[in-house]
Design a protein around this ligand. Structure first.
Ligand SMILES: Nc1ncnc2c1ncn2[C@@H]1O[C@H](COP(=O)(O)OP(=O)(O)OP(=O)(O)O)[C@@H](O)[C@H]1O
Ligand SMILES: [Mg+2]
Length: 434
């Protein structure tokens, strides 16, 4: 079952606030209500004290300017029961505060007897007294009612802010390159997340060790196989110098090409393993244009054998961070592909130039290009696309991609209309002299 920690915290805290507020509000309301009623009784007593020595007219000045409903009435009962039934029934009550019914509504009254034996009654409808008390009690809880939404907002902000480091951490992990297994930093993270980060770091360490083991295994296996394959090639070469029947010579040719393909596979596997190797913390600054010139010089003979015009379209001095062997491997693989897919009479143009803070290596050919559905897939190991040439391992572009990404660059392939494939590699520029 999945649930949101944020939602839980917010709902929990909000419920706590609302229930505490409701409880406190109810108690506060009751208390303020009773206080207001008590105050009104005190007022009745004070008026009674005044009326004890003075006979107040029934429409006394105490009511001047007061709402008709809120008026306090004063009624003289005389010194013996007389007058209306209401007046007579009041005579039966003792001195003090009472609630009686008059004109079909409840009244709060105070009965007093003067020293001369005459009695009077002061009263007010309970409805108006309750209304006044409710109003004043409501005003006491009003600040809380206004504060509750503000408190909720503050809680929501605090909860959001407290859980933000977790989301930030997830973002940092997602933004990492797939081969970046470096430790997560504890800096700027809350203490509660430290055990979690430490666990992730231990896991990353284990994955790193496992990948390193696999890479070493591939490299060692490829390396060990290189010697016997070289020996087989050498023996096959020696054999081809001897006199052989045509049938055996055909088989020898097949053997030689098999050995050549296997040797190429081993070289590519070694290059792939090397591209995954832990880099030196500070890679040397290498001149990409010089590397490109050297690789082109090596390929000139192959290009002219194939009848392909190989040359530079633009070459500018450009320094990048990375070992020369790695950069050479990138150019070799891309150039090898371009030449292999370009027909006789075609062209392969190379460009090395600076563009803003980047160094661009561009290789254009006049071959058939790559079907759009294969453009991304060909970067995966052993994928040779839907139009592979007769020879190849499918590892060249994976080697290119891994090296380029390790050097913080990027590589893209695009089909240029009416031309062929364009491979563009971009590296961060290193200012010469820095
Ligand atoms: N310039 C190109 N023009 C057309 N297709 C290409 C080009 N470069 C690569 N490809 C396609 O991409 C596939 C993968 O290329 P990649 O370099 O990874 O492997 P490969 O060339 O088959 O083998 P290897 O490079 O190991 O000898 C190729 O088999 C080919 O189908
Ligand atoms: Mg290739």
């Amino acid at each position: 079952m999945t649930y949101s920690l944020r939602g839980r915290l917010f709902i929990g805290l909000a419920l706590l606030i609302v229930s505490t507020g409701l409880g406190a509000g109810l108690v506060g309301f009751r208390w303020a209500f009773d206080e207001a009623i008590e105050t009104q009784d005190t007022i009745l007593h004070q008026i009674g004290a005044i009326a004890l020595n003075t006979r107040l007219p029934s429409d006394a000045p105490i009511n001047a300017g007061v709402d008709a409903e809120a008026r306090v009435f004063v009624e003289e009962l005389g010194d013996r029961p007389s007058g209306s039934t209401d007046a007579r029934s009041l005579w039966t009550l003792k001195d003090g505060l009472h609630i009686v019914s008059r004109d079909n509504q409840p009244w709060r009254i105070l009965l007093r007897t003067r020293p001369d034996g005459s009695r009077f009654v002061i009263g007010q409808t309970t409805a108006i007294r309750d209304e006044i008390a409710r109003d004043s009690a409501f005003h006491t809880i009003l600040p809380f009612l206004a504060l509750a939404p503000c408190l909720m907002l503050v809680i929501a902000i605090v909860v959001w802010q407290s859980l933000r480091p977790m989301i930030k951490l997830a973002g940092q992990l997602d933004a990492r390159r797939s081969d970046d297994l470096g430790k997560l930093s504890l800096e700027g993270t809350p203490l509660e997340l430290h055990p979690f980060i430490a666990s992730i770091n231990r896991l990353l360490e284990r994955i790193h060790a496992m990948m390193e083991q696999q890479r070493r295994f591939v490299a060692d296996a490829a390396h060990e196989l290189r010697t016997p394959i070289t020996a087989i090639s050498l023996q096959a070469e020696n054999l081809s110098q001897t006199e052989l029947p045509p049938d055996s010579r055909d088989r020898l040719t097949a053997l030689k090409s098999g050995a050549r393909r296997t040797a190429h596979l081993l070289e590519q596997l070694l290059a792939l393993a090397r591209s995954d190797m832990d880099r030196m913390p500070e890679a040397p600054v290498t001149s990409l244009d010089r590397c490109a010139k050297e690789v082109v010089a090596d390929f000139i003979a192959t290009a002219s054998d194939r009848g392909v015009d190989l040359g530079f379209e633009i070459i500018e001095p450009a320094a990048v961070k990375g070992e020369a062997a790695m950069l050479t491997s990138v150019i070799q693989n891309l150039l090898d592909n371009a030449l292999r897919h370009t027909r006789q009479g075609g062209r392969v143009d190379i460009g090395v130039y600076r563009e803003g803070a980047k160094v661009i290596l561009q290789i254009d050919d006049t071959g058939p290009g790559i079907p759009p559905c294969d453009l991304e897939r060909v970067f995966e190991p052993f994928v040779r696309g839907s139009r592979p040439t007769e020879e190849g391992t499918g590892l060249g572009l994976s080697i290119v991609k891994r090296i380029v990404e390790r050097l913080n660059g990027s590589v893209t392939l695009e089909n240029v209309p009416k031309s062929g494939l364009r491979a563009t590699v971009s590296f961060p520029l290193v200012e010469q002299g820095s």
